[in-house]
Design a protein around this ligand. Sequence first.
Ligand code: ADP
Length: 381
Amino acid sequence: MAVVGDGQLARMMAEAAGPLGVRLRLLAGDPDSSAAQVIPDVQLGQHTDEAAVRAIVKDAAVLTFDHEHVPNEILLRLQSEGVPVGPPPQALVHAQDKLVMRERLSELIGDRHALADLPVWARVRTPAEVTSFGDATGWPVIVKTPRGGYDGKGVVVAGSAGDVPSEWFEKFPDGLLAEEKVDFRRELAVLVARSPSGQASAWPVVETIQVDSICDEVIAPAPGLPAELAGAATELALRIAGELGVTGVLAVEGFETADGRFLVNELAMRPHNSGHWTIEGSVTSQFEQHLRAVLDLPLGEVGAREKWTVMVNVLGGKYPDLYRSYLHVMARDPKAKVHLYGKGVRPGRKLGHVTCYGDDLDDVRARARHAADFIRGVIEE
Ligand code: ADP
């Protein structure tokens, strides 16, 4: 199997590939990257270089990714030559471009649905169009670049059109995405997987907690989520996967509104941070399921193993050496599972995560938080 992208997602795919006897061939930008450290068959090159992508697909059963950034033209050409691409470029474009995604999902959802829907949105090409949108929906509004955003980059809260960086309009002449500022209770994510044959599965809906627009904590399942809302969100995610022809894992991130609805924010077509809890917390992890799905193998069972599973990300802090914390963290809590990605420490960079599980949610959260904070050096004890 060929994998483009050398980050922690490809690294964790390798963890799942071992027991399945699946060999991965990696296209990595850096020989010391997170994934290249654990996958022996590495081709060095850029994901934007067609020759480099071609070099890894030879004889591979399928081409998959740990990010969304391979240019669609390259994938379309490979696909037309018979290379199986999972997810296919026709689906992937909806995870690459927020306007393409909003347009397609608006069509798919149709008339405004009571429980699972999109935020009110519009394509805006000029500051004047931002003003008309804000006047119509109420200020402030959220304005986003359609492409290239991550972890809150490419997103502004605009109290007036003047708050939108003027270069964005020049860089994206086809328009920016404007949307209502959703009054949300919390953020949720629905993770599903779908195979080319059309088999699909859905993990329990989770709550995700962001700090400075970066995922900090994930609670599985989302505490106190009404069954009807969980059902509507899951049904929508499965419909999106089916109608867009997604193969592999699809993450649908969204908001639970104050009035009890689920509004879709973003799609990711690969294993996702909101699903790291499944490594210990589910019978089948998102990484195993992704491999099974893109290979068109029967999918695994996705029930939770424990009542609660909590994952806390380890972001770069002040200490360059994360391993100094192992003695304390492992001795204090033998049930905590630490995952470090082998990445160099930079402030704010995702370097690893900790997963804890058990029957008492407060205790599970406190243990995962303590371990993650100790590793990154936020607390000394
Ligand atoms: P990114 O591509 O950087 O992940 P997102 O679209 O997920 O961008 O936005 C980043 C964060 O900004 C979200 O996690 C959420 O907290 C906030 N946000 C995004 N869109 C809205 C919205 N329409 N209303 C309120 N908050 C929003």
